[in-house]
Design a protein around this ligand. Structure first.
Ligand SMILES: NC(=O)c1ccc[n+]([C@@H]2O[C@H](COP(=O)([O-])OP(=O)(O)OC[C@H]3O[C@@H](n4cnc5c(N)ncnc54)[C@H](O)[C@@H]3O)[C@@H](O)[C@H]2O)c1
Length: 275
């Protein structure tokens, strides 16, 4: 049976996922919603356009994919989860403790899926969190200044950069999410995987580097059991180099990763799952 997908948001990712869902034999489009429905005219047949997002359940989706804005999860996440699996494309929404609590509690009958995005090794990290052996996690992102979409005061700091790299933020991911909601979804996914540390203990660092004209770098540093001071602790470090044009907020490999997440967001029952 085909799995029915509801797509919330029709920007870069929404359009990409819509086309991919159309091409696959195991998926069908249940609905597409966008804040302004004019954007959909001529691109999506009328039968798929959902005018009022509050009517989503009438389309009987199996999976709802949010690729619009973090506010959607706070407003609709709970009701989505009453009727379908829900994949949160903007997981920075979960840095708001009330939203995280609400969605975790609502994932009783369906799964809350978090796409790993540019986050590498998430399942291994989640396993360590499940066993309580995860002691530390740090995610560093390096991009060209034009690839950051920031809010004040990081925006001003980034605008002033000339030719040298600058560390824009280094601290808990929770405070960073509202300052860089479009850039740090990967870090939010990391906080959900590292659930024993969460948004307050997972560390996030963003570095704006004018020399990075062709790449987005994401570095993940994991610390497990053992004596850190003596240099005898379990550690894993990975560096992901994703080709990305100057100004691109989302690197090209992340689109394909997102599609794999959508295909994999199924069959794991209730609770929170990285996909
Ligand atoms: N998890 C990840 O790794 C990852 C990667 C890339 C993007 N994202 C997130 O996915 C979302 C979509 O990304 P995109 O590149 O397609 O962005 P985009 O700007 O191309 O598209 C966003 C769409 O959402 C709509 N929108 C904007 N603000 C809205 C609001 N307040 N309420 C409802 N709709 C709104 C816009 O009209 C647009 O159609 C963003 O939140 C982005 O941060 C996540």
């Amino acid at each position: 049976m085909k799995r029915r997908i509801g797509i919330v948001g029709f920007g870069h990712l929404g359009q990409y996922l819509y086309n991919a869902a159309f091409e696959r034999e195991d998926l069908e489009v249940a609905f597409v919603w966008n804040r302004t429905s004019e954007t959909l005219k001529g691109k999506v047949p009328d039968e798929y356009i959902l005018k009022d997002l509050a009517d989503f359940a009438e389309r009987k989706p199996d999976l709802i994919v949010e690729v619009a804005h973090p506010v959607i999860s706070g407003q609709y996440g709970e009701s989505f989860l009453m009727h379908a699996d829900y994949m949160v494309g903007s997981p920075t929404a979960l840095a708001d403790q009330a939203v995280e609590d609400k969605l975790r509690a609502a994932a009783k009958h369906h799964g809350l899926y978090i796409p790993s995005g540019a986050f590498w090794g998430g399942n291994d990290i989640q396993k360590m969190a499940d066993r309580g052996s995860l002691k530390g996690l740090r995610v560093t992102m390096r991009k060209h200044p034009s690839s950051f979409k920031l809010n004040s005061p990081l925006k001003e700091k980034n605008d002033e950069i000339e030719d040298k790299q600058v560390v824009l933020y280094d601290g808990p991911v929770r405070a960073l999410c509202p300052l860089a909601p479009n850039n740090v979804n990967t870090m939010a996914a990391a906080c959900m995987a590292a659930h024993n540390l969460g948004f307050d203990k997972v560390q996030g660092c963003i570095v704006s580097d004018p020399e990075l004209t062709d790449w987005h770098f994401v570095e993940v540093e994991v610390t497990g059991p053992g004596d850190v001071q003596a240099g005898k602790a379990f550690t894993v470090s990975t560096i992901r180099k994703n080709p990305a044009k100057v100004g691109a907020v989302t690197g090209s490999a992340t689109y394909a990763s997102f599609l794999s997440s959508m295909i994999g967001a199924m069959g794991r029952g209730s609770g929170v799952h990285l996909c």
